[in-house]
Write a protein of this length. Structure first.
Length: 463
């Protein structure tokens, strides 16, 4: 008996693997058993191990969608989805050694579901140890449903005690749920609020202050020609990166006394950036500490955005200043992984392996443009050797010759045999699509002489 398995596509065509399953019978006890085929595929599986590995690499590395993977394997979407996810679970998640050597952990939330129903947030946990040590990029450890203290705390509680004791630093944003879970489950670890989220808090305060002053002065949102709206992006540029034109724009903006609140908020924003960019981390730590102390006391009541920022930084002052003592523990690689996950959630395009041409519509004489070839619906059997391919090619050529002869015999217009009429000249040319070539094992597209001249932009000569 034979077993049919969806195999890795050959030349971007679905391939069926036929496995001959031998049966053995004991001459003494008459016991019958079959040959073990677990090396080719799991029991009762429809996809071979090579096909599962191809699908997993196509999704993770080549960014293909599950629909394209199912089309390449010639199986349904549900079959491909269940099989590839199970293979990823076995190879990536169930690997017992993937959590070895983790010393620095990054945690952040990510918007995964863009719908009205269900929880749209997921918690992403990243290994930042290679980034801190300079040995490689960050690694994705887990994605948890929801954004809460319980989700992160339950994941930490599932790890063994030796692993939790080895965690030294946990980089996070301003969410207090991650802070509480880390304090309870990892008492020896140091919480670090990374610079990206700290500067983002100051940038949000600057935007809120600019919008509030815009409404108080003009009574409407920012429009083209308004000074505050024109300088909205210039305000977020670092002072050491401002060009001459941007510098003039800021001077004209702050020359108006009505924009004094925006200028004060902008000054705090620039001081925080300069503290993180200072080459001496001890000096940067002193500068950041002075900014937090200035925001804690003595801020006017009118600057509601700075007062709110001061309260937030005062509660997380230890986490903010811990970054200067532990360099390269930023949560920036976590944001990069979030972008990669968002890319995987989409539907990327299929790469173009062969520049085939599609037939033009009737009545069109334009030059054909290359397009992405669709994966053939008919699977190619792995047992088909060069002799079978040559035989199918000869049959296809023979069938094409008979078709041309039939067309010539049915000619009633008195024209010579083989000469196209005016009506047939407008039709799309017939083509013979062969499975493979024996020499190159690549798809072939036979084009009539008429189409060959149309590709070059000139008509076929008469006669």
């Amino acid at each position: 008996m034979t077993r049919e398995l969806a195999h890795e596509p050959f030349g971007w065509r679905p391939t069926t693997l036929l496995v001959t399953v031998r049966r053995y019978r004991c001459a003494e006890c008459a016991h019958v058993w079959r040959q073990d085929t677990t090396a080719a595929a799991e029991p009762r599986a429809k996809i071979s191990r090579a096909g599962l590995r191809w699908g997993l690499v196509a999704i993770v590395v080549q960014h293909l969608s599950m629909a394209r993977v199912a089309e390449g394997l010639a199986v349904s979407w549900n079959t491909a989805n269940d099989a590839v996810l199970a293979e990823g679970q076995r190879l990536l998640i169930d690997n017992p050694s993937r959590l070895d050597g983790v010393r620095v952990v990054g945690v952040d939330e990510h918007v995964w579901r863009h719908t009205r129903k269900g929880d749209k947030y997921v918690t992403v946990i990243i290994d930042l140890t290679p980034v801190r040590d300079g040995t490689g990029p960050s690694r994705l450890l887990a994605m948890l449903d929801g954004r809460s203290k319980k989700a992160f705390q339950d994941w930490l509680a599932e790890r063994d005690q030796a692993w939790r004791r080895g965690i030294e630093v946990v980089a996070m944003d301003g969410f207090f749920g991650f802070k509480t879970a880390t304090t309870e489950e990892l008492p020896d670890a140091v919480c670090v609020m990374d610079p990206f989220h700290v500067v983002r808090l100051a940038g949000d305060a600057l935007d809120d202050c600019r919008r509030r002053v815009q409404q108080e002065l003009h009574g409407h949102r920012g429009r083209k020609g308004d000074p505050l709206y024109t300088a909205r992006r210039t305000l977020h540029t670092g002072a050491d990166l401002v060009t001459g034109r941007q510098h003039e724009r800021l001077e004209s903006l702050f020359a108006d006394e009505r924009h004094i609140q925006v200028e004060c908020t902008w000054g705090i924003y620039q001081r925080m950036i300069s503290a993180y960019r200072h080459h001496d981390r001890s000096v940067g730590r002193v500068e950041m500490s002075s900014v937090i102390d200035a925001l804690a006391d003595g801020v006017p009541t009118a600057l509601v955005e700075l007062r709110k920022l001061g309260r937030t930084l005062a509660r997380r002052v230890c986490d903010v200043l811990a970054y200067f003592d532990r360099p390269r523990t930023s949560n920036g690689p976590t944001e990069a992984v979030n972008g990669r996950l968002e890319h995987l959630r989409g539907r990327p395009r299929l790469p173009q392996p062969h520049p085939l041409h599609r037939p033009s519509t009737p009545g069109s004489r334009g030059i054909q443009t290359p397009t992405t070839p669709s994966i053939c619906e008919e699977p190619v059997c792995c047992r088909m050797g060069l002799q079978g391919i040559a035989r199918s090619r000869a049959e296809s050529h023979q069938g094409g010759a008979q078709m041309e002869a039939r067309r010539g015999s049915s000619n009633r217009s008195g024209r010579r045999h083989g000469q196209p009429s005016r009506g047939s000249r407008r039709r799309a040319p017939g083509r013979i699509h062969l499975p493979y070539q024996p020499e190159e094992c690549a798809p072939v597209c036979h084009v009539s002489p008429q189409r060959r001249f149309l590709r070059r932009g000139r008509r076929r000569p008469r006669g």
